[in-house]
Design a protein around this ligand. Structure first.
Ligand SMILES: Nc1ncnc2c1ncn2[C@@H]1O[C@H](COP(=O)(O)OP(=O)(O)OP(=O)(O)O)[C@@H](O)[C@H]1O
Length: 578
């Protein structure tokens, strides 16, 4: 019910266009009825050999309805599709506006193929909303009123037959089809979503599936879902054919009843014989308004199931909300954590426990620790992707919660090992950081990130495509591109989250030099597994299970002979720490 109200709210602003589309649709069917009725009348009159002039008006009527039917049909399709696409674009915008605040905290709970299905197919399903759900019943009522009124001029019983047939075709047949469909519309939406997720997962994990010999069992799962989907689709196709046959039968039956009643009235002298064909064929053609009605409940069910899936995301409470009143910009770029505790969910364990740290403006702090210690959680809090549970985080002396999410992210440049490279050109990937950057700025940032020479060696230079996830670039080139992006953004706070991870020692040494330059003059937080190069840090925090277990400068920590010392003793010898 909630989804239906939501959908109605979305289409209400277009009520004028909708009204026009409905009128045009009713006029199209009226023209069809008019064409058949005047043609039948013309034939019946012509059979009596009247003077040609007596037939002129009817001939003009046949021509008029023949032409008007085509014109009205064209206009009706134009307007109704225009409304439909406007509604679709409104749904897309609403959906994206609802989706954006959920990233990344809540979106992690959804499979990417499922999200894609919602964004594309569930939105597309809504194109049936006006065309196949709302419009047919209203048009049927308009035609019933108009044509019923016309029939009543000859005899009220014609109208009763028409109304009874319309009720059968508009209520009884759709009800029958709905009970036979066994919620096929709902199943179609959920099974299509399931199939999408399974295929998406298989494509993403094809290498793992092949390596572990699981391709066949995965294919079997996909086949099963596909089979279920095919069964439901077959059922819907069968129901569609069955409903057409039933409505067709009813149309012929109504025509026959009108004819029988007409013949009786002619015999009694209450109706002229020339009107018989007109009334019978007019009734038959009025059923054009009724054929789409049988599947209205099926389409409504599909629309509601798809809308429910959209609403599930749109109505989800974002993990973080901006405060109404926000502060002015900070005077300086220091960062402070006061006894911050954080967990990802009510039932999750603490990811950070009473963490305190301070980075003065332009200061450099590193956080080291084993996997799962909580290092990335600190970045998630700083970027306001998640809200902390206890304590206080300050940026420039003000609570982080007093800045909007967008503002905080404007102050921060991040380089991670997972920096996403878009399937676009190098230029487009760089401009992401500063959309209005000039060519000189791009080149300067690339030169500083040691990327420029490589880009120049490519036939298309900055306009070269880098492939999905930047697969045409090496790990080092990807990191340099990420660094160039941060240089372009020129944010006063820098976060390096495992920025060197996955690089070979030679590339690491080259990139590290650039990274050190990048740190100059910025408040920097370095997060790393590797302790090489941390001698330059103002403070190093060793994190274990969300808690700080050691802290101090490099030399102090080495003397403590604790966890840091152990890491130092076990460190691999790489060119950067020779
Ligand atoms: N989205 C999430 N939902 C629930 N728990 C999470 C989520 N992300 C991380 N965690 C948990 O929080 C804890 C800290 O994770 P975090 O990613 O901060 O560790 P990390 O030190 O950065 O690890 P790594 O070095 O492997 O990246 C871990 O126990 C992890 O399982």
């Amino acid at each position: 019910m909630k989804s239906t109200t939501w959908l109605i709210h979305l289409i209400l602003p277009y009520w004028r266009r909708i009204l026009l589309a409905l009128i045009l649709s009713a006029l199209t069917i009226t023209s069809h009825i008019g064409l058949m009725a005047t043609s039948a009348y013309l034939l019946a009159r012509a059979a009596l050999h009247p003077p040609v002039l007596d037939l002129m008006v009817t001939i003009v009527g046949v021509r008029f309805f023949g032409l008007s039917r085509a014109v009205f049909r064209y206009l009706e399709r134009y307007v109704s599709h225009d409304v439909t696409f406007r509604v679709l674009s409104r749904i897309r915008v609403k959906f994206y506006q609802g989706l954006e605040p959920l990233a990344p905290a809540l979106l992690l709970n959804f499979r990417s193929a499922d999200l894609l299905r919602r964004i594309v197919a569930d939105v597309e399903t809504q194109q049936n909303l006006f065309l196949k759900v709302l419009s047919p019943p209203i048009v049927a009522v308009l035609v019933l009123c108009g044509y019923g009124f016309f029939l009543a001029r000859y005899d009220m019983r014609f109208t009763v037959i028409l109304a009874a047939s319309f009720l059968m075709a508009g209520l009884v047949i759709p009800w029958l089809i709905k009970s036979l469909s066994k919620k096929a519309g709902h199943h179609l939406v959920t099974l299509r979503a399931e199939l999408n997720s399974q295929v998406g997962d298989s494509l993403l994990g094809i290498t793992e599936l092949a390596a572990y010999g699981q391709v066949q069992s995965h294919l079997e799962k996909i086949r099963n879902t596909n089979q279920k989907l095919t069964n439901h689709q077959r059922r819907v196709a069968w129901l569609s054919a069955f409903s057409l046959a039933l409505t067709g039968m009813l149309a012929n039956l109504s025509m026959w009843m009108i004819l029988v009643l007409g013949i009786i009235l002619v015999e009694k002298g209450k109706l002229s014989g020339v009107n018989l064909g007109m009334l019978a064929l007019g009734t038959l053609s009025s059923f054009e308004a009724l054929f789409p009605l049988a599947l209205v409940p099926h389409h409504l069910e599909q629309n509601r199931a798809a809308a429910d899936r959209l609403l599930e995301l749109i109505e989800a409470e974002p993990a973080i909300k901006d405060h109404e009143a926000v502060f002015a910009k900070p005077q300086e770029m220091s960062l402070t954590f006061h006894e911050v505790s954080f967990k990802y969910g009510e039932r999750e364990p603490w990811a950070l426990k009473q963490l305190s740290l301070q980075i003065a403006e332009k200061g450099k702090v590193a956080i080291v620790g084993a996997s799962g210690a909580g290092k990335t959680s600190i970045v998630n809090l700083l970027l306001r992707f998640w809200e902390y549970n206890e304590g206080r985080i300050e940026l420039g002396g003000h609570s982080l919660q007093q800045y909007t999410q967008e503002e905080v992210r404007d102050f921060v440049g991040v380089v991670t090992q997972r920096t996403h490279i878009f399937n676009a050109t190098i230029r487009e990937n760089l401009l992401l950081a500063k959309p209005g950057a000039s060519e000189e700025e791009l080149i300067l940032a690339s030169q500083r990130a040691k990327l420029h020479d490589f880009v120049r060696s490519l036939p298309k230079g900055y306009d070269s495509l880098v492939g999905e996830g930047g697969f045409k670039l090496s790990g080092g080139q990807r990191q340099r591109l990420a660094i160039a992006r941060v240089l372009l953004k020129n944010a006063p706070i820098l976060i390096l989250d495992e920025a060197m991870e996955g690089l070979d020692p030679i590339t690491e040494r080259d990139v590290l030099e650039e990274v050190y330059k990048l740190m100059d003059g910025r408040t920097t937080l370095v997060i790393t597994h590797h302790i090489s190069g941390l001698e330059r840090m103002d403070e190093i925090l060793v994190l274990d299970q969300g808690q700080v277990v050691e802290r101090g400068r490099h030399c102090e920590l080495l003397q403590k002979k604790g966890y840091y010392r152990k890491l130092w003793d076990r460190r691999e010898v790489t060119p950067s720490n020779i």
